[in-house]
Design a protein around this ligand. Structure first.
Ligand code: NAD
Ligand code: FE2
Length: 375
């Protein structure tokens, strides 16, 4: 069994200025971020780096067009290190700015051009969800053969950042909804890797369990003490999302991500939110089909943290999440009955890397059932 436990060096800083000082940010650094994050945390420091704001190239999650425009604007030879400061979108684009441009963005994503690392990459996550700072994946909305859009993950160990810098202070400005959507994304990473039938490793469970415990404890505190309680728990939320990233780097994500990708790709539902829409239903199906496998251990674990019998654990977790972010049906996001079959085909055609990690076989029939019941 081959295992990359952790490729980047992990660092933790009290604030952005301590990070900038320690990493000696200079004019050869390309800092990819969002303008509000720049204004709040970086502008006062008057750093000599080149700053690029992702939103100048289009709103939302990375797309083939957005990355193509970024490549056209930023000369590959004009920087020696990439500093990605932002959510998963920024991390994922930062990974692409650190590789050699061996072909078009489309060619790289569809494996017609190789991934070759060219620059140093430092990842500073400012959401507590994706774990992208430690993973070997970059996700983008791409165009398929028939011109349809979907999300696709480019996977290569050469995408893993060199340094990860966790700065919990930077989560202070993240608004409530993206904050908790990203927390639930991290919970999904931890749960999907915990249940991964064939790729779990010596350490994925260790990090997955710890992430699940820390995240559920944080959600419980916020449900009992109100949204401000998250501010006392920023370090734990950020650390847990990094742990969940380490877990899924080994064991992989699965059905929740596979089914959420066409939703995100077509209706631009933010990543964490689209996972949340599917999470409870997917676990409910797992429980109907194979309640006695690893899922039984997961229910015990959740029951222990939420202080409830394991047979109520999935329901209690769903109630807790719903208190923090009320769950909506898919049609509220634009999903239509005619999407069910199209999305089911797209999952099976484009998301095999995730489908193969499903806790129970993810058949077309099961996919259709899940989308239909969530409509
Ligand atoms: N590569 C991986 O391993 C991996 C894993 C999961 C998800 N992803 C990708 O990550 C993306 C989602 O990432 P995300 O959930 O972090 O959201 P995001 O990166 O899309 O950010 C959400 C919003 O929050 C804002 N924001 C981020 N940090 C902020 C802060 N501290 N203060 C104020 N505003 C802030 C951003 O500007 C953006 O508007 C998707 O594109 C998804 O496909 C990648
Ligand atoms: Fe995710």
């Amino acid at each position: 069994m081959r295992e990359i436990l952790l490729k980047p060096t992990l660092n933790k800083f009290l604030d952005f200025s301590s990070f900038a000082e320690e990493f000696i940010l200079d004019e050869n650094d390309l800092v990819l971020t969002n303008e509000p994050i720049y204004q709040f945390f970086m502008e006062p420091l008057q750093l000599p780096c080149r700053f690029v704001f992702q939103e100048r190239y289009g709103a939302g999650e990375p797309s083939e067009e957005m990355i193509t425009d970024l490549f056209a604007d930023i000369d590959q030879d004009s920087y020696s290190r990439v500093i990605a400061v932002g959510g998963g979108a920024i991390m994922d684009i930062g990974k692409l700015l650190a590789i050699r441009r061996t072909g078009s963005v489309h060619a790289i994503f569809f494996k017609e051009a190789p991934v070759e690392r060219a620059k140093k990459l430092v990842a500073v996550p400012t959401t507590c969800g994706t774990g992208s700072e430690v993973t070997n994946i970059s996700v983008a909305i791409v165009r398929g053969q028939a011109g349809e859009t979907t999300k696709l993950g480019l996977v290569s160990d050469l995408l893993i950042p060199d340094d990860v810098c966790l700065i919990p202070d930077m989560l202070r400005t993240l608004p409530y909804r993206p904050f908790f959507s990203s927390v639930i994304d991290a919970l999904v990473h931890a749960v999907e890797s915990y249940l991964s039938p064939s790729r779990a490793t010596m350490t994925s469970e260790l990090f997955g369990v710890k992430a699940i415990e820390m995240i559920l404890e944080g959600l419980r505190r916020v449900s009992e003490n109100g949204s401000e309680a998250r501010l006392e728990y920023l370090d734990e939320f950020l650390t847990a999302s990094c742990y969940a990233g380490i877990a899924f780097l080994q064991a992989g994500c699965a059905s929740v991500h596979a089914l959420s990708f066409p939703l995100g790709g077509t209706y631009h539902v933010p990543h964490g939110e689209s996972n949340y829409l599917l999470f409870g239903k997917v676990l409910e199906k797992y429980d109907q089909i194979d309640p006695d496998g690893k899922l039984a251990e997961l229910k015990q674990l959740i029951g222990r943290v939420l202080d409830c019998p394991s047979e109520d654990a999935l329901e209690e977790m769903a109630v807790l999440e719903d208190k923090i972010l009320p769950l909506e049906p898919l049609h509220k996001y634009g999903f239509r009955p005619e999407d069910i079959e199209i999305f089911a085909d797209s999952v099976l055609e484009n998301q095999q890397r995730l489908v193969v990690n499903s806790y129970v076989p993810l058949t077309r029939e099961l996919i259709v059932e899940i989308y239909t019941e969530l409509l």
